[in-house]
Each structure stands twice: as structure tokens, then as C-alpha cells.
Write a protein that binds this ligand. Structure first.
Ligand code: SF4
Length: 938
């Protein structure tokens, strides 16, 4: 693989890809007219995929005759994806041409949830929203505004908008996704994600399915394949035989929830056989802090620490792990030795998998990272870097001050260490009377379908006393949008601007998403003022929507908002989207102005032309970065090498140099977490094993009790956002329950027979797929499918959803029953008349109660269920929920939490990251919070 070539700006050897100097006028013969050779001329315009979090580069082929997008391919100039895509990238063309997409702003005309909407104007929408938001700000009701995002698809624009309004209003989906793993990582180093250097690894250890669907799927998958081609061996720990596991040297399928124990048994072997990196541990781990507690009064010695370490993990023998996890001790030893012998070349990753399924799942990430630390593979070539070192977020002009208000609907006192907002508990909080919302934006977010306990969401969304105005920003209909007051169409990947960066490998890059037709019109000499003018219908792009809305909230600047939307190039005038990104590219991206100039382009022209920029290659071991001399003024260095300034560690002496270290209180890697001790979890201060809520001991298989793994992804779908891509639904349109042959025999079922799966609050009826690819006693069902709609028209795309009837079969018990499967239908797209699939799969999440982990706040997805053959009254696809039970389960889990305040009266440790971090004073419980921006004198 050729690396980034500064002359050609190519990052791949895709020599057959059209050269960039031909991108304004590229000829191809029309394939549909073959064998006639009919020429078609294209403009090639780069953008960024918006179909998963990986931000791969795409190139749109814009037909110069029709000025329409013909197809999308990978962008070879993108440093992360290097010209490759998965199936979902090119399927963006389906999303552009979806005949069922929302083209105009819609306003509800019937009761909420009635499905009755009419077209309205953007002016009416913007004026209504501006008036309501302005009034809430003036009334001091700042916590009544909330922006709830599913897939962000951008880095920082929206956070800036919310801070410019002075509100603590950002809510995310992260606590149903990754916050457990994030907390586990953050406690070690301050960085909340790993960035494995798969390409150069000697050993790859995955708790994920990276070759098919894992986090940063396509960019990681291609580098794993390259690493394997260079001789790396790979171990996949997954209860399910994923496609990735099938390509691994070792597939370990522990009993669900025991993964941390399995990892600790590797630790045990590595310690016992002296396979660890002594120098790295001694230099970079906060072992002295641990010893001070373990051996108070004794002089700290590293050998003493090793003694304690071995003693602490003495319990995790391979034999003990075999008994607990069900993985043979001999295999454990073999993998542990391979891990230890990888030297500093151990690349690892966990994102969702066991971390997001289990009570205490955050400890899985702590234990996995312990292996990286033991081998000294932190930030090394072939090792596992910190995400913060492989991601680049350039600053925009005029950063707003942090908001001086704290919203307890987002970060309640019960969860002081939660890594992200307690997003999936929002309706429970509202129904408990903890607050209300005047204006609630959902954006690319479908909680009724995606989150557990969707009927509690439905209840809150229907209640206008709890949610005054619900605005759904979405390219497509969803189960949640039907409960909105306004449904506002937003652009797909080829119809909007965004800036993104991700830790796909040992480098830092940015990727520019752009509205390709707007760019094509500009290249053709017909520039437009706003993106919606070249988008289908009146589909807006969000950047321009938020600029316009902010302008109308504060037309005269008295609230201190307007100045953030005034052009940095034209005093007092409203900023244009070109100016917003022009400023960033000119001022905040090192090396870009110079690179652009070498090509005879301005920085903005460069990004419009190439779509991506490599900021730094070979980004390794940034913790060794030397502190600048002025930072050391007045500092002292302790005998252990810690550099202190005014009593706060700011770095560590290493190799005679003052190094930056890690973003932790000790500036070292925190094996011992003082934070967990101080905040009520002393027993979990070290990487350890917490028994899951679905531990084997809690299940009785003779009574038909099983563990349900409901989290796995399919490579071709994207949670709830791919329903507008017909090709993807043609590929994947059912989600049977995986069941082991032993269990199938016990239940008396064969593949395609129906079973009823009972959870704490309801049940669903689905088909089974009998396979040895899952452990006995465990069921697995992909969460992507089972889209439904209540109406014939409107609601989720008809090629992806089944029509259901929602009935209350007894007080508090709601049943969704399908009345019509997926069928062909007539539309502007002739393909819709050719639809051959009928199924659509079965929805599970409605039947899951909320199960918030008391430390990380993560919803623990795995379910303890009972299973039986379907009865005579069960129909395929039935979903039944007892709504009276769901609040009961919520309160049980809530009772596990250990609320703030912590030390010093804090709501949350000051050193831990927080989304859209408010002012420091708000971190203190009971701090006086000023609530009116006019009074605040902003
Ligand atoms: S991996 Fe994600 S970002 Fe990349 S092409 Fe596929 S869906 Fe798009």
C-alpha cells in the first residue's frame, strides 16, 4: 500500500480512478446503452459518507447534462478510507432518489401522533422556533431547550450553536451505544476511545466484529486485512461467530458477561510468565498511588508493586477462567502468550460488544486496556493509540463562552461518572416531574424505535405538557418523527456541509462533507446563495438552518448570540457557509494553506476539490511530547518524576525530558483510580471483573431461561437510518433469532419455526435460525430490522417497514401486530414495483426495560429472557409491552446508583470530560446559576 503522496495527493494505488485534473469533465460510455457507445460527461465532486460514524470519503458523479447525481464511489484522496467503501456508501444514491423522502417542511395538523401533517414554509418554521426559544431564554427557562442527536456526523458545529445560545441542551445517543467502553478508557488515560494501529500490529485482539460492521468499519477492516497480510495474528472474543471471528486465528466465545474475567486470565499469564514491559509500567503507570493505599507507610518499590499486582490477579488462573467463561484453559494460555509476545505491537478494540451489553461492562474496556499497558503498546507503532492523538477538530472563529447552567435532565445527580448524557432516561425523568421541555429537537434520532422502553418515549412525546414543541430534523420518516409537531427535511450525505475527523489509524485527518450539486453548479459558473436551492424540493442543510435560526432568535444582538453568526470577513453581516468553512481552513488546519497554495488553490477551494486533508501522518506516542519551557515556569519535579505546578501535576519526567503525559489527575496511566474510590466505588478502583446482570448463575435453563444478545449489527444496515436505501433492504430484510442446535432440540423447533421471547416487560415473536455459531443457552438477534409504521402512507419507507396495528389488549398492555408485510408499490421509481421481499424483520427494543449501569450510565442491553415455542395466538412479528412494569424496572436500576455530591460538593469530577462542558462553577451542587443571558451580561 502506498502512503499519502504529496505530489499526486493520492492516498491509494487506485490508478484506474479518474485523475483529479479530469474531475471537471470526465467521460464515460453510458452502461445502460451498451453496446452502443454513447458518451456521458460528468463532474466528480467529493463528499463524505453519512451512513455510519466512519466518515469515509465519497465521490459523486454529477451528470453534466442533467446536473443530477448518477452514482457515488470511494474517494481515493481520503486518508481514512483510501478509496474504499462498504455497501452503504454507494447506497447514498438511493437516499437521494428515494421517492418517499420528505421534500418540504411539514407541520402537524391533527392531534400529536395522528399522522396528519401539512406543508408549511421555512419562514413560518423559523419564526415560530425563534420566538419560542427567545422567550424561553428571556424567561430564564434555558433548560427547557434540548437538542437530541442520534448520528452527529460533524465535529463541533452544533456544540458551538448551543453554547452561543447559552444553553446546556446537547443530548446524544451515546448511552445506548458506547459510553461504557468510553468510561473504561477515560479512567485510564483521559481519552475515551482506542485507536488501534492494525496495519502494523503483531497481534490484534478484538471484542468487536471489525471486518464486517465494527466501529470505523471500512477504514479499520482494510487495515486489519493489511496487518494480517503482514503476518499479524488475530483473536476475536465474541459470543457469536461473526464473519470477523470466522477470519480470526482464535475465536473465543465466553459466556456473555464474563469477558473481563477472560481478559484478566490473560493478565494472570502475562504476569506469571514475565511477558510484560517492565520499563513502560514503571515509568507510566500510577503504581505509587496504588502502593500508598496498599502498603501505607512503606517505601514505594516497583518490585513491591509487581508482587501486589500478581497477588491481586492470582484468582484469574486459566483454569478459573475456564470454569467461569467456558473457554479452555489451554487456549487461554496460548492466546495470552501470543498477546505477551506481541511486544509493543498489540492492537485492540472494544466498543459496543460486551461493554454495552452488561452491568459493569465499562470494566471490560479497563481490562482490555490493562493488556495494552502491560505490553507497553500505548501509542506505539502497531499498538493502540489514544483517540485524541488520531483525531483532529479544527476550531471555528469566535468560540462562545461555556454555558453557566447545568441541565439535570442530561446529567442527573444519580450518575456523576456517566460518560455521556442519560439520554435514554429522558422520558422517565419527564414523567417523574423532573422538568419539561419547551422546544425539543430530535435530529437523525429515532428513540421510539432505537431506545429501550420505546412506549415510555411515546407516552412522553404525546404529552404536550411535558414537551411543548417537538421538532424532528430528519431526511426520512421514522417511528419518532410521527410524534413531531414539525418534520423538517434535512440533507443526506451529498446535500450538506459538515467537517469530520476520526481515529481510523495512526494519523490525523479532516474530511469535508459538501452538497455536491451546489458545488457542481458553482464549478459550472452558477453559484447559489443557499444549499437548499440545489437540493431536491426544499431540503435544507442544517448548518444554514442553525445560522438562520440563531439570527432570528437574536436579531439585534442584545442576547449576545448574533455576534457568533456575523461574518469574520464582512463586519455585521450574516455569515455565509463558505465564510464559515473558509475561516477554519485558512486559520485552524496546520499545513492546509501551504498545501493548497502549492496546488494554486485557496484552502477552501482545496477542500472543495479533494474533500479531505491529511494533517499528520505517523501520529504516535504523543504523551512523550515535551512540555514547552514557559509551561514549566514555577514548576517543581518530585522524586518520582512528576512535574507539579501549584500543586497540580502537569507532566512527567521521562528519559530526562519533561513530557506531557496523559490527561489524568496523575498525568500517568491510572491503573488505580482514585476517582472511583472518591466517588463511591472503591471495590472497583482497579481493572476487575463485575458479575453481569445476565450471569449464568442467575438463569435456569430448565425453566427456559436464556441470555438474549440483541446488539449485533448487520454489515449492510445502519441502525434506524438505512430504511431509505432500497439496495440495502434488498440485501437484508429479516433478523431471525440465532439459537444453538441443543436449545432448538430442547424447545422442539427448527429453522424458520416461531418462538416467543419474553422479557421483563413484554414479548416478541420471531423466527429462529438454528446454528452452531452461538453458545448453548444464548440467543442472538440483530437489532437493525423490524421497522414498522402505523399508517399506509407516511411513516417509515414502505420497502423497509410493515404496516402494524397498535392495540391496547388490556389496561396498560399494548400490542403491535402486523397487518401487511412489505409489498411492491407504484412510485416515481420503477424499482418499487419490483420489490420481492415481504418480511422486514421483528422489532425487539420495545420489549426491553431500561437498565442503566450505575457507574457508566450505559444501558445494559443484554436481556435475561424466557423462551418457548410460539402459541396458537402468537403471530410472527407480534410485539407486546406491559407499560405498567417498565417504570418499576427503571426504579430498580436507579436504586443501584450512588449519587453526587462527591468530594468538594461536586456533581462530577472536574477532570472528567463532559459533552459541551459548561462553566466550572456549574460542577458544584447548589451553585448559584444565573439563568437569563441578558442579566448575565453576555
Ligand atoms: S464504513 Fe460507514 S462511512 Fe464508510 S462507506 Fe460504509 S457506511 Fe459509509
Amino acid at each position: 500500500m502506498r502512503s499519502h503522496d504529496p505530489e499526486t495527493m493520492s492516498t491509494t494505488p487506485l490508478e484506474s480512478f479518474p485523475p483529479v485534473d479530469a474531475w471537471d469533465d470526465w467521460m464515460e460510455y453510458d452502461a445502460a446503452l451498451w453496446p452502443r457507445k454513447v458518451e456521458r460527461k460528468y463532474m466528480l465532486v467529493p463528499t463524505t459518507c453519512f451512513n455510519c460514524e466512519a466518515a469515509c470519503g465519497l465521490i459523486a458523479y454529477v451528470d453534466k447534462a442533467t446536473m443530477q447525481v448518477q452514482r457515488l464511489e470511494g474517494n481515493p484522496h481520503h486518508p481514512g478510507s483510501r478509496g474504499r467503501t462498504c455497501a452503504k456508501g454507494p447506497a447514498t444514491i438511493n437516499q437521494i432518489n428515494d421517492p418517499q423522502r420528505i421534500l418540504y417542511p411539514l407541520k402537524r395538523v391533527g392531534p400529536r401522533g395522528s399522522g396528519r401533517f401539512e406543508r408549511t414554509t421555512w419562514d413560518e418554521v423559523l419564526d415560530t422556533l425563534a420566538r419560542r426559544i427567545r422567550q424561553a431564554l428571556l424567561d430564564g427557562r434555558r433548560n427547557e431547550i434540548m437538542y437530541h442527536v442520534g448520528r452527529p456526523g460533524e465535529d463541533g458545529f452544533m456544540l458551538r450553536v448551543l453554547q452561543s445560545w447559552g444553553v446546556d441542551a446537547h443530548n446524544s445517543h451515546t448511552n445506548v451505544c458506547s459510553s461504557a467502553a468510553r468510561l473504561g478508557y477515560a479512567l485510564w488515560s483521559g481519552a475515551d476511545r482506542p485507536s488501534p494501529d492494525h496495519e502494523h500490529a503483531k497481534f490484534i485482539l478484538l471484542l468487536s466484529s471489525h471486518l464486517e460492521t465494527g466501529h470505523y468499519f471500512n477504514p479499520h477492516a482494510q487495515r486489519i486485512v493489511e496487518g494480517q497480510a503482514r503476518g499479524a495474528r488475530m483473536c476475536v472474543i465474541d459470543v457469536r461467530l461473526s464473519n470477523t471471528a470466522s477470519r480470526a486465528d482464535f475465536w473465543l466465545a465466553p459466556w456473555p458477561g464474563t469477558e473481563a474475567m477472560l481478559l484478566l486470565s490473560f493478565v494472570h499469564v502475562i504476569l506469571k510468565e514475565n511477558l510484560f514491559n517492565r520499563d513502560f509500567l514503571e515509568q507510566w503507570v500510577n503504581w505509587r498511588e496504588f502502593l500508598a493505599v496498599k502498603r501505607p507507610g512503606a517505601a514505594p518499590s516497583f518490585d513491591g508493586f509487581l508482587q501486589e499486582l500478581r497477588a491481586h490477579y492470582a484468582f484469574a488462573t486459566p483454569e478459573a477462567a475456564e470454569a467461569e467463561c467456558g473457554v479452555p484453559a489451554a487456549t487461554i494460555r496460548e492466546v495470552a502468550r501470543a498477546v505477551g509476545q506481541a511486544g509493543t505491537g498489540l492492537a485492540t478494540h472494544v466498543w459496543r460488544n460486551a461493554a454495552s451489553g452488561n452491568l459493569g461492562g465499562w470494566q471490560v474496556a479497563r481490562c482490555l486496556q490493562l493488556l495494552v499497558v502491560l505490553t507497553g503498546s500505548v501509542g506505539t507503532r502497531g499498538g493502540t493509540n489514544l483517540n485524541t492523538d488520531n483525531k483532529f477538530v479544527p476550531a471555528p472563529f469566535l468560540k462562545p463562552a461555556p454555558q453557566n447552567v447545568w441541565n439535570e435532565l442530561l446529567y442527573p445527580l444519580e450518575y456523576p461518572l456517566a460518560h455521556h448524557e442519560l439520554s435514554f432516561l429522558l422520558p422517565h425523568f419527564l414523567l417523574e416531574g423532573r422538568g419539561r421541555l419547551a422546544v425539543y429537537f430530535t435530529r437523525v434520532y429515532n428513540p421510539v424505535w432505537t431506545n429501550p422502553d420505546g412506549l415510555v418515549w411515546e407516552r412522553a412525546l404525546l404529552d404536550e405538557s411535558l414537551i411543548g414543541l417537538h421538532v424532528a430534523l430528519t431526511p426520512v420518516w421514522s417511528e419518532t418523527a410521527q410524534y413531531a409537531d414539525y418534520v423538517l427535511p434535512m440533507g443526506n450525505a451529498a446535500e450538506r456541509h459538515d467537517l469530520m475527523s476520526h481515529e481510523t489509524h495512526a494519523a490525523r485527518w479532516i474530511s469535508f462533507r459538501q452538497p455536491v450539486l451546489r458545488v457542481a453548479h458553482e464549478r459550472a459558473g452558477n453559484p447559489t446563495d443557499l444549499t437548499w436551492e440545489t437540493n431536491p424540493g426544499e431540503v435544507w442543510e442544517e448548518d444554514e438552518f442553525w445560522i438562520e435560526l440563531s439570527w432570528r432568535i437574536d436579531p439585534d444582538g442584545a442576547l449576545g448570540i448574533r455576534k457568533h453568526y456575523e461574518s469574520p470577513y464582512r463586519a455585521g453581516r450574516k455569515i455565509t457557509i463558505d465564510e464559515y468553512y473558509r475561516w477554519i481552513f485558512e486559520h485552524s488546519v496546520p499545513g492546509l494553506p501551504e498545501q493548497a497554495s502549492r496546488q494554486g488553490l485557496t484552502p477552501l477551494q482545496y477542500m472543495r476539490r479533494f474533500g479531505a486533508f491529511l494533517v499528520e501522518e505517523n501520529a504516535y506516542e504523543s504523551y512523550l511530547t515535551e512540555l514547552p519551557a514557559n509551561r514549566l515556569d514555577g514548576s517543581t519535579t518530585g522524586t518520582d518524576g512528576t512535574i507539579d505546578l501549584d500543586g497540580t501535576p502537569i507532566g512527567v519526567m521521562a528519559g530526562g525530558r519533561p513530557c506531557r503525559g496523559f490527561e489524568t489527575p496523575s498525568r500517568r496511566l491510572e491503573f488505580y483510580s482514585r476517582t472511583l474510590v472518591d466517588w463511591g466505588w472503591p471495590q472497583d478502583a482497579l481493572p476487575g471483573y463485575i458479575e453481569s446482570h445476565i450471569h449464568r448463575a442467575r438463569l435456569d435453563r430448565d425453566k427456559g431461561e436464556y441470555v438474549l444478545i440483541p446488539t449485533f449489527r448487520l454489515p449492510t444496515l445502519i441502525h434506524t437510518r438505512s430504511a431509505n436505501a432500497k439496495w440495502l433492504y434488498e440485501l437484508s430484510n429479516c433478523n431471525p433469532v440465532w439459537i444453538h442446535p441443543e436449545d432448538a432440540k430442547r424447545l422442539g423447533v427448527e429453522t424458520a419455526d416461531l418462538i416467543r421471547v419474553n422479557t421483563r416487560i413484554g414479548h416478541f415473536v420471531n423466527k429462529v435460525w438454528v446454528t452452531e455459531g452461538v453458545r448453548p443457552g444464548v440467543l442472538a438477534c440483530s437489532h437493525h430490522l423490524g421497522r414498522w409504521r402505523l399508517f399506509d402512507t407516511g411513516g417509515t419507507d414502505r420497502w423497509a417497514s410493515v404496516r402494524v396495528i397498535r392495540e391496547e389488549t388490556s389496561p396498560g398492555t399494548v400490542r403491535f401486530r402486523r397487518v401487511e408485510g412489505i409489498r411492491p408499490f407504484r412510485s416515481a421509481d420503477p424499482d418499487t414495483a419490483r420489490i420481492w421481499w415481504t418480511d422486514g424483520g421483528v422489532h425487539q427494543n420495545l420489549t426491553f426495560p431500561v437498565q442503566p449501569d450505575p457507574v457508566s450510565g450505559m444501558h445494559c442491553w443484554h436481556q435475561s429472557v424466557t423462551v418457548a415455542r410460539a402459541g396458537p395466538d402468537d403471530h410472527y412479528g407480534d410485539v407486546v409491552v406491559d407499560t405498567s412494569k417498565s417504570m418499576e424496572v427503571y426504579r430498580e436500576w436507579l436504586a443501584l446508583a450512588r449519587p453526587a455530591p462527591g468530594p468538594g460538593g461536586l456533581r462530577r469530577p472536574l477532570w472528567l470530560a463532559r459533552v459541551n462542558r459548561p462553566a466550572a462553577e456549574t460542577f458544584y451542587v447548589g451553585s448559584a446559576v444565573r439563568t437569563n443571558p441578558l442579566i448575565d451580561g453576555r
